[in-house]
Design a protein around this ligand. Structure first.
Ligand code: SF4
Length: 395
């Protein structure tokens, strides 16, 4: 139990575990009055907290009784206060495709025919995806300090690793945020830490920033790229788990995701001692098998292998690349206008300056928002669910 002064710190410490529980519940949403999997997860989470637990006999409910143990100085029991936060299973549209709802009020009747088997996991879990996106408001601008920049087409100035960029303000905000492209910093607009910045700032280093805690600054900057790599793997694993074709690999994918998530929560020493290459190799093997399943089952024999191909500046307008393996392909400045990229594997494909106007990327796998930010496109480019059309694309 927490006392008044420790409640905030205790709540913060419990945060990562609570987020994981929420994600687990949303990954297998149960509706109605029979919720065995949810009950099991709730009981596991309450286990060991010393509460009096009762489960329902007719319903899969869980009741936990909290008894206060404090005593008043003059004798007698001190009243206990329980802080409680609720979240209803309200009906809301799917964040992935706008089709909905994915959640319903308990007991609100069967799904309508148009809802079919529509579940949040038909696409990416929006909450899991949100945790894998940069939250600059909770980050100490690590991407503006930790890496070195060389003056180039991406960055107008050179700066060494571990030194703040000259455009960074005392409040950890970029002074030219709205003018990055015109001021010569397009590289900053395509960078994504996959949520590593806020995790390192708020969890690994407990909210201690590098300005007021300079002694831990160096380790913070060393840890940041490690967590960034792990967060990127989590992004791909989260994508893989949302693919119905990957169902045969689900247990392996869940194990890999949970292990990767656990690694991100390690201490700075544990993170710096991690064999990143070995972990990446194991996960990559799994992602490769996922890709094979997706491309084989959705597009039959239309698979094309362009893995790691040098397609810099290639003229691929209108090309049929549906289901193609484009892992790590160099597509810098390629003309992909009107290309069919449905179901293509785009992991690590370098799309800098590639023209995706009118291209169809629906169902493509392992695409990232930074890849889209680095490319060009227009209002007719078809994107997979959950991605945002970059602001610099043509209308
Ligand atoms: S230009 Fe802005 S966003 Fe880019 S590194 Fe500097 S402070 Fe960060």
């Amino acid at each position: 139990m927490s006392t008044g002064s420790s409640v905030t710190a205790d709540a913060r410490a419990a945060g990562p575990e609570l987020v994981r529980l929420r994600h687990a519940l949303h990954r297998w949403p149960e509706t109605g009055l029979h919720l065995p999997r949810t009950q099991e997860a709730v009981l596991a989470a309450l286990d060991g907290l010393g509460l009096e637990i009762r489960t329902g006999s007719a319903l899969s409910s869980v009741v936990a009784v909290v008894r206060g143990t404090g005593a008043l100085p003059g004798g007698g029991a001190r009243p206990s206060v329980l802080l409680r936060a609720d979240m209803d299973a309200r009906s809301w549209p799917c964040g992935g495709c706008g089709r909905g709802p994915v959640g319903r009020l308990v007991g609100s009747g069967p799904p309508r025919p148009d809802q079919g088997a529509h579940r949040m996991s038909d696409h990416q879990d929006p909450e899991a995806s949100a945790a894998l996106r940069a939250d600059c408001g909770n980050c100490f601008a690590l991407c503006c300090v930790a890496p070195a920049f060389s003056a180039s087409a991406d960055f107008a100035a050179t700066k060494p690793a571990g030194k703040p960029c000259g455009n960074l303000g005392a409040d950890f905000r970029c002074g030219i945020h709205t003018r990055l492209r015109t001021e010569g910093y397009p590289g900053c607009t395509v960078y994504d830490c996959f949520g590593a910045g806020q995790k390192v700032s708020q969890i690994t280093f407990g909210g201690q920033d590098w300005r007021t805690g300079p002694r831990s600054a160096r380790r913070m900057f060393e840890v940041f790229p490690v967590v960034r790599d792990l967060q990127e793997l989590l992004w791909y694993l989260t994508q893989a788990l949302a693919l119905p074709q990957a169902e045969p690999l689900r247990p392996d994918l869940v194990r890999a995701r949970d292990r990767t998530e656990r690694l991100t929560l390690g201490s700075p020493e544990e993170l710096l001692a991690l064999d990143r290459t070995a972990h990446w190799r194991g996960v990559n093997d799994l992602l490769l098998r996922t890709s094979e399943l997706v491309r084989a089952r959705t597009l039959g024999d239309k698979r094309k292998n362009r893995r790691g191909a040098d397609l810099v500046g290639a003229r691929l307008a209108g090309a049929d690349l549906a289901g193609a393996n484009l892992r790590g392909a160099y597509l810098i400045g390629a003309d992909l206008t009107g290309a069919d990229l449905r179901g293509a594997d785009l992991i690590g494909a370098d799309l800098r300056g590639a023209d995706l106007s009118r291209a169809d990327l629906t169902g493509s796998v392992f695409l990232t928002q930074p890849q889209l930010e680095a490319a060009r496109g227009d209002g007719a480019t078809r994107l997979p669910a959950g991605f945002t059309r970059p602001g610099h694309w043509n209308a």
